[in-house]
Design a protein around this ligand. Structure first.
Ligand code: GLN
Length: 543
């Protein structure tokens, strides 16, 4: 069969959840046995989001092949259980960079290089890149931004041309918003009509409309929207707010979104998607009554998207353990010796978040000292693991002012130091140790027990690393280096065997947790937190 291309655009406002709709559709098509991938085209000039801070763009996601990507790629993986790659996330910056590189090489043979056709051709080439591999039946392309943005225009022009070239092998799903005006007690369709008009003005007629809404949209209102927007009546689907993003595929299937897509792309509509495992997860989520409470210590806790993958990985693990998840965000800048007891004592487990730079770092040490001394299940991720090492050096090994050279280049005890390969790097973009690396776990370690195996592979994003010169001293004092890279011997996992669950990973296991395949180390952490919770409860009962 020919590869089919689905374009997902958005109108009216941003943050409507194009990523979730794209992921949900992919999830359904995949559950029908089709080979699907999703890619995102972002209209900003940065080459990738690696240089954007979380205030700008939420979490930076990392693919197995070491690309710093938009956090929507995390949703794509969590919903489809399929790895994405560098090719799945393209920005305007990358498009322009390759066109300009070609111009410098002389590839345009003296021609004037223009947005149309050169930029649009480069967009088209990249849209079709994964399709041309022959590995996929459906390529879903999410166009970032909102219709009407200046930045989106070249992408929409490329989509217009591609629709023309691809015919029935392509379609456009447009996501809009139907606001509820409380004073008038009415849902309003006008913004949707306007945004479809804006799309039509650039020559794109959407085939399917997905209407984001807080209230049920009546059949009559849907008919009206269909009529005014030139869309078939059965192709207007509503996306009502639900209590979990993981219910969106089910909601879309009830309205036959997957069938409409198959039909419109000339595919047979047979049978049902195999969603048993997915529904099992939803059922567990809905039936959980008891709660597990996890404290997340970081400096971006006021930002909803800064720790997206960690939140989701915790949620997957808690759900499989039949628990509701309560994440308590603890601002590392506000944590002190005076309030740490009060802030952390209700936690069943504590996560020390990844991050960069000095800000908020002292709060992480304070939290870690308290957790270590009170034997609370504690999970340090990347910078969190490095902080575990530093706190241990200072307070157990007695190495005063031990630090990472990231925070203090002149520390007398550089227990965390810049990796050798990083020493001559001057550009910040895309130059960290990125992507999946192998790690071998010590057989008797808690980490190996968590994974149920010794050989693992997880994703990284860092420049600094445990300083091997200190390994023996740490081991002797009770912090073991239980995971290392087989090729370079870099320390990837530390743990305190004497504690309930005190593990730090230099890698980010949260990136590989999906609904159908939750992260083993997160599951183990949550189980330890539940056990600790139960111990605390029975201690209270016997008081
Ligand atoms: N700042 C640390 C480093 O570069 C940790 C990075 C992270 O937490 N992702 O090594």
């Amino acid at each position: 069969m020919d590869t089919k291309y689905i374009f997902v655009t958005g109108g009216v406002v941003s943050s409507l959840g194009k990523g979730i709709i794209s992921s949900s559709l992919a999830c359904l098509l995949k559950a029908r046995g089709l080979r699907v991938t999703i890619q995102k085209f972002d209209p900003y000039i940065n080459i990738d989001p690696g240089t954007l801070n979380p205030y700008e763009h939420g979490e930076c996601y990392v693919t197995v092949d070491g690309h710093e990507a938009d956090l929507d790629l995390g949703h794509y993986e969590r919903f489809t259980n399929v790895h994405t790659s560098k090719a799945n996330n393209v920005t305007t910056g990358r498009i322009y960079q390759s066109v300009i590189d070609k111009e410098r090489r002389g590839d345009y043979l003296g021609k004037t290089v223009q947005i149309v056709p050169h930029i649009t051709d480069e967009i088209k080439r990249r849209v079709k890149f994964l399709g041309n591999t022959g590995e996929y039946d459906y390529i879903i392309t999410e166009i970032g931004g909102t219709v009407g943005d200046i930045e989106s225009l070249p992408y929409l022009e490329a989509v217009r041309q591609l629709r023309w070239e691809l015919g029935q092998n392509s379609l456009c799903v447009h996501l809009t918003y139907v606001p509820y005006i409380a004073a008038a007690k009415e849902l309003k369709t006008k913004p949707t009509q306007h945004s479809v008009k804006a799309l039509q003005e650039v020559g794109i007629q959407p085939d399917i409309l997905v209407l984001r809404t807080e209230k049920e949209i009546s059949a009559e209102m849907r008919r009206k929207i269909a009529l005014f927007c030139n869309v078939a009546h059965d192709s207007v689907v509503q996306s009502m707010d639900v209590n979990s993003i993981y219910k969106v595929p089910i909601m879309m299937h009830r309205q036959h979104l997957d069938e409409i897509v198959l039909r419109k792309t000339g595919m047979p509509v047979e049978g049902e998607p195999q969603m048993d495992s997915w529904l099992h997860f939803i059922e567990k989520m809905d039936n959980a009554t008891e709660t597990v409470t996890i404290g997340l210590v970081g400096k971006y806790v006021e930002l909803q998207d800064a720790y997206k993958s960690i939140n989701e990985a915790l949620f997957h693990a808690a759900t499989y353990a039949d628990r509701k998840l309560d994440i308590v965000y603890i601002h590392s800048e506000k944590l002190t010796d005076a309030n740490v007891q009060e802030r952390l004592q209700g936690m069943d487990g504590v996560i020390i978040a990844p991050g960069f730079g000095q800000r908020g770092i002292d709060g992480k040490f304070t939290a870690l000292k308290w957790c270590r001394e009170h034997d609370v299940p504690t999970f340090g991720i990347c910078l969190g693991m490095q902080c575990m090492v530093i706190e241990f050096a200072r307070n157990v090994l007695g190495l005063e002012d031990a630090n990472s050279t990231e925070m203090n280049p002149h520390t007398p005890y550089n227990v965390i130091d810049l990796m050798e390969e990083q020493k001559n790097i001057s550009n910040l973009g895309g130059t960290m140790r990125l992507g999946a690396y192998d790690c071998v776990l010590r057989p008797e370690s808690k980490a190996a027990a968590a994974y149920g195996k010794q050989n693992i592979s997880e994703r990284h994003r860092h420049r600094f690393e445990f300083n091997d010169d200190y390994r023996t001293r740490f081991e002797e004092a009770g912090m073991a280096c239980v995971g290392e890279n087989p090729a370079t011997h870099l320390v990837e996992v530390v743990e305190m065997p004497a504690k309930r669950w005190f593990i730090g990973t230099q890698y980010h296991p949260e990136y590989s947790s999906t609904v159908l395949s939750p992260s083993p180390v997160f599951c183990s952490f949550i189980n330890a937190a539940i056990e600790y919770h139960n111990e605390k409860e029975s201690a209270k009962a016997s008081e």
